[in-house]
Design a protein around this ligand. Sequence first.
Ligand code: NAD
Length: 238
Amino acid sequence: MWTKETKVVILTGAGISAESGIRTFRASDGLWEDHRIDDVATPEGWERNPQLVWEFYQERRRQLFEVEPNPGHIALSKLEDYLDDMLLVTQNVDNLHARAGSKNPVHMHGELEKLRCEECDYVGVMMEEHDLNSAFVSCPECTNAMMRPHIVWFHEMPMRMAEIETALNQCDVFISIGTSGHVYPAAGFLASAKQQGSYCIGINLESPLNFDLFDEFHQGKAGEILPGLIQQWTRTKE
Ligand code: NAD
């Protein structure tokens, strides 16, 4: 099944970062770090209580200095080195794929490291000490405007969807890792890939919602399963 020419799309979710110590959504019954999603991950929540939302993301941003990529992230960067055509799409907002060596992960739900100006749309990595405290940060371009987290909240449009759809329409293999299949449009990628003839592989701690569509499913922790699987996949046709 695998050669260097095999076209692969990979979708990762919060589960791939769980072994690095970042909590998932579903692990805590639909709460994110003990907060209701409506309060911290919607534009309405931001409008209602920007201070709460800001502090929530500042905590997640500071946490990036306390966590490390795990063997699952590292195995995926090795797979990317082996393949000529692989697109890694992540729903995660942490930076662990890039820190494990992945070259250009598509962060469809945004990135904790970046802030965005609501006035002029300036986006930049802002992770200096003074950017990480609890006070709001002003835009470096238009100075007075307040920056918001560069995160795609529920009811907002995910990023780089055209690029993702093109890759999904052409891939030979689609692999979904550590995602519960609750959050759309990402949860629909499996059905799209399957419909256009891709071989679909799932890796998850428990059966995700769309389990029936997988051609192959590996149950367990991504950090434990992925290194062996990837070694196997890249060895077969070398
Ligand atoms: P989710 O929390 O809904 O589901 C996580 C899935 O991972 C579950 O099915 C769980 O069984 C599985 N899982 C847990 N530990 C695992 C492991 N070690 N190996 C393999 N699978 C494991 O996550 P989701 O589907 O990605 O959707 C949630 C949304 O939450 C995303 O939009 C994302 O932006 C956001 N989120 C991101 C982070 C992060 O950036 N690390 C963390 C929490 C939530």
